[in-house]
Design a protein. Sequence first.
Length: 432
Amino acid sequence: MSDIAAPSTFVRQDLVKERSAPIKTTGFIGFVRTQLLNSPTNILLTVLGLLLLWFTLVPATKFLLVDAVWQGTDRDACLAVNAGHPVGACWPYIKAKFPQFIYGFYPEPERWRVNLTFLLAVLLLVPLLIPRLPDKGLNAGLLFIAFPVIGFFLLHGGSLISFAIGAAIVSALLFLFGGGIRTGWRALMVSLALFAGTGVVIAVLGLEHDGLPLVDTRQWGGLLVTLVVSVTGIVVSMPIGVALALGRRSTIPLVRIFSVAFIEFWRGVPLITVLFFATYMLPLFLPAGFTIDALARALIGVALFAGAYTAEVIRGGLQAVPRGQSEAASALGLATWKTTALIVMPQALRHVIPGLVNSFIAMFKDTSLVSIVAIFDLLGVLQSSFADPVWATPTTSLTGFAFAGMIYFVFCFGMSRYSQFVEKRLNAHRRN
């Protein structure tokens, strides 16, 4: 009792000395303190980075926006002698040549066909990219099987009989490989509805009695050709790459030797050489009277070239899958093809998403090489527009290349960001 009643000797009687507030480590100020100015080396790198941004972004902004010309009908609006001040980008030139950059030399009355093709591609691609939407298999079948037939008919033209035959073949394929009786019938109905809807739209927009007028591929150009070449190369290179990657790991000597020889040959030849061979040399080896369209030859060369690079990327992913995965599948009684398709390959593709997307982005940019073999993609049409004397100014070429760079950046940056989203979603089990 005496201990409880006695006053405590551990109670502090004087006030605690005031201490300074802790250094802020969150927000913008915290980021600057902890990441940019936390050491002499980082301070030096930050200063150099700011100077680099100052000497690049500021002049670019002045050229593209501040000193740019926004109104005009010819080159006189973009000449410094008439303006009396420094002239930047000549945006009236982009406005005047914009249809040519998108469609190339495609006949103006038929450009609605290109717009309809772009619209169908977006309507089929966007649901496939959103994870929460159902029926991914059906959507993929329509995009990769039905859409190429519709797109080719719209862009190239042809008779209604050929369109009907293509629709019947595609619908039958979707029915046979629909993944079951119920799903197959559903795929058949959706495919027929897609073809029928396309036919109705074509009829409303001006279908002739004997079909769509033929538009030679030599009249295609601009962003249309860029997308056709890049998308075809990317899509076709995936199954080629998977087959070659599996063939290179095969225990059958003939298959392995063929895969290794194919990959090393196409990887050892520049893409420009492939395009030159496909455009100018391949017709010499074809039988008399048998010809292949120039754009089709370029598409084949690009697809085979991209397939060799994709095969090595996928092979790296296959090597990253532990052997225990296939051994466990074998212990469960799975066949070899089921083990590869359901166990090994999904994990391998998940490992190499950054590498695959890097190859796809490189392929999208490398399509500019087709302009060397007289196929006018976006850059080819852009360079041909420089010869127009109506818009010949000192800033025309800079404006055109800046505009093309923006288009390439939008597509490449979009692919990069979406790949990061997919990679993060598929690797959710590895988060801490």
